[in-house]
Design a protein around this ligand. Structure first.
Ligand SMILES: [Zn+2]
Length: 68
């Protein structure tokens, strides 16, 4: 399994898990945020993409708990 990360121009980051053994199909990753084509691949390996950073959650606001 090969793990890589790829970022879209809009700030979203996707983690790719590519199998070296499972067969898949060439395809493309479309950004779920802005709809742009982030990655195209031609290898016939199984790939799974998962969004790890959405642009609106890239910098989470941490609210401190109220003091007692
Ligand atoms: Zn995008």
């Amino acid at each position: 399994m090969i793990l890589t990360e790829v970022g879209c121009g809009c700030g979203a980051v996707y983690r790719c898990a590519e199998s070296e053994t499972l067969e898949g199909e060439p395809g493309q990753l479309k950004c779920g945020n802005c709809g742009a084509i982030v990655v195209r691949w031609l290898t016939a390996h199984k790939r799974v993409y998962r969004c790890v950073i959405a642009p609106d959650r890239g910098y989470p606001v941490v609210v401190p708990p109220p003091s007692p």
